[in-house]
Structure formats: structure tokens, C-alpha cells
Design a protein around this ligand. Sequence first.
Ligand SMILES: [Zn+2]
Length: 470
Amino acid sequence: MYIRKSHQRLLDLCDNKTSFTKTFERFIAEKEKPHNLIIKSKGNHLWCTFCHHNFVAQAKVNGEIKCPNCKQKLLVKSNRLTYYEFKDNVQFLDKVENTLILRTFEICSCYSKNKVTHHLTEFMRTIIDDNKSTDYLSNHLNSFLGYLHIKYSIEFTHWRKSSSSYNCLGITAMICPYNIKSVLKGTKLEYSGLEKLISRLDYIYFLDYYYIAHIPSFEILIKMKLYQLSLDANKFYKGTSFQNVFGVSKTFYQFMKRYDLNYKQLEVLRLIQKEDITLINNLVNIHDLDKLSEYVDLEEAYNKVLCKTNCSEYEYLDYLRMAKTLQYPMNNKRVLYPKNLKKAHDKVTKIYKVVQNEMIDKQIQERLKELNKMTYKNSKYVIYAAPSVASLLDESKQMNNCIKSYCEDYGLGYKDLYFMRKLDNPSKSLVSVEVRNNQIVQARIYDNDPPNKEQWKFLNKWQSKVLSKA
Ligand SMILES: [Zn+2]
């Protein structure tokens, strides 16, 4: 793919930088250090591949142990191991002629013959323009079926433009934090504090953070040391007071800072208004907390109901809503915090259904005043409007269909439901019929099969003689 002249120039300038800055070298050394092993041989004899220190200690193969000399915690392997490989992605934010270039490298460290060799391969450069970024890939990078592979053994020859629509190919990496502040000098992010956030993180997708840092509230959140909240900077607008911006009183600021609350935790804090990090963390993964809080005290709800296994917040909310509709005393703790939620839910559901059916029945009775005028018969068949909820439940059962699920719509008048039956056997279901705007839209016999010719003939007559004239 064609590379823009200005970009080719920047890539060339980058190539010609012969050495990295000291800060990046320091960063690489830090990231290479854990790419070492503790080699275990007979009699608990251990050897550190980083500092070559010998020592004796109890250590399990594939476990980790800290080398007493270099203090690095390392993976333990047996001395029978012939080859082992570590890989990490690291990034360096560079600036060439005032353009930011994110340079992505792979550190591949290979252990073999009692020696660890590190290979640093730059395989991607992302040129960051104002609102857009473009990826360039080196010939080291091979992509096979979406799997990226970096060949460190070959010579660098050229850069090519990435054909992927994703920036940075979705690659996450550890970015060198030490030079970020100086690189951002003179850019819009000079005072954003982005470097403070970056230094607290491990593997990240840098461009996400880079763009978030442009949001006006980001800088303020970083200054307030609310690092986690800065990741959701777009959710905070400039307000006239702390209360306005965060939804809690300023007295909570120290608490928010101490635990570096994230946005989800802040949402819980808004509801409970209490400095209790344990409770917040317990509640943070429960859905619909705001709706639950309309009925119950969240702390009590957690301790008495939601902390139990198999207690779903959805079931709880469903229970509370039904209880309220049924006019249960919503200040009674036994109602609000049932000892056995499942049992209480099932009980209320039963009562609720009965009450609901009674309501629908009333609606149906009202509707029948008109619908009864549609009754029609010949010498063999009769068709009439479904007279009640119970009759619809019975029809569903007899016909093995789902007509009962239309109860509510029928009561509300969204659709009309009719039973066609034989005159000499009126209690036996024959055809269930759905009508809308005085038009038959569905007719079904047992098991959702279509009616036969004779039945259709009767239905068509009913349509033309009665329904169409209504
Ligand atoms: Zn060591």
C-alpha cells in the first residue's frame, strides 16, 4: 500500500536515529529482567540465569522464587529444560519533527544452553496525527490467519502500511513512562498528567488513553489523584460544585482518593452514601442497584438477601415489584428482606398471577359486550369470543398452543381471540382464531396445524358475513 511522502520521511528519520534514549534502555532492561529463570538441579541446588548466583532452597518446578542475590522473582525450571521463551510487547512514544510516533517492539527472550538471549524487534510504528493514527508494519511481522508472528532473525528491509482497519492492530503493550512528560511538552496534552496515569498501569492500549487524555476533565481528575475515574473522563462535565460533578458530597473526596475508586464504585457510593469499601466492592457487580434502592436499604439487602449464593438481584427486584403492586407493607423488614428469596418469590408470583388474571378477566368481560355480537353459527359449527382467562388457559392446554400468552393483549384490546367449535361438542377445542381489525390473522387447530377446507369455508363465511360488516 502507498505510503504518504510526509509519513515516509518521518519513518526514515526514525530509522536514522542510531541509538535509543537512556530512558528507553533503562525501561527495556527492567522488562528483560523478569525474562529469566531459576534453574533447579539435584539437592535443591538453584541457579539464577540473571545474576548467575548459586543457592540452595526449597522450590517447586513451575513455581516462583525470589533470587536472594538480585531480588528478582523468577520462574523455577528443571535443569533438564533445553529451551524456553518469554515474549512481551513494549512501546516507546517518540517525537520526530513535532509528530508523535508510537513505536512498538517485541522483547523475545530465549533460554537455551544455560544462557538467556534477548531480542528486541521493532515491528510497528503508529504515526499519531491530530485525530487519526496510521499504522506501519515492518517486514518482521507476519500475520497468519490473524495470528501475529514476529521473526526477529531476519534483517529489516522496509515499512508497509497496515491494511487493518484497527489502529495498532489491537495490540496492547507496556509503554515506557519515563519520557512521556517530555514528549508531550508543547502538545495539547502538555499539562494533562497522562504520564502519571501511564506509570500506574501495566499492559495497555495506549491510543485509548491518549485520546481520553484530550477530554477536558481528564487533567482535573489526574490532579485530584482520581486515576481510575480519569479513565471515564467523558462521564464528568465541568460543574459548579463537587456534588454536581461527582454526585456525592465533597466530604467523600478523601475516601475516593484513598481507594482510587473507579466509575462503577462511584456509582455505588452515590447510592449508599457511606465510606465502606467492602460494601462497595460487594455491591459493585450487582445490577439494577438504583432500582433496588427504591425499595430497600442496599446494605441490609446485601447482608440479608443478596450475599447468599443463588440469590439473583433480578429475582429480588421482581419479587419487590410484585409485592408493591399487591400492596404488601413495604416498610416491613420481613417483606423487604425475605429469609428465603426463592420461596417468597414463588409465593408472591402465584398470588400476583391470580390478581393479574382477575384484572384481565374484568377487561375481557368489558370487551365481551361488543365481541359477543360477533358470535356466528351454522348447522355444524359455532364461533365465539374467548369468554375468560380460564377459557384461554384451557384452550392452550387442549390445543397444545400458546394462545394463553395473548391474554393481556386480548384484555387490552390489541387483538381479539375466538374459539371455533362443533355445536355437538362445545367443550372440545377445535380451532383457535386470532382477529385484528376485524380480519382473521391466524387460525390454528391442534399443534398449530392449519384448519381443513371445511373449517376454512366456515371461517371465510364468518369473515364476510359478520366481521367485515362490523
Ligand atoms: Zn539473581
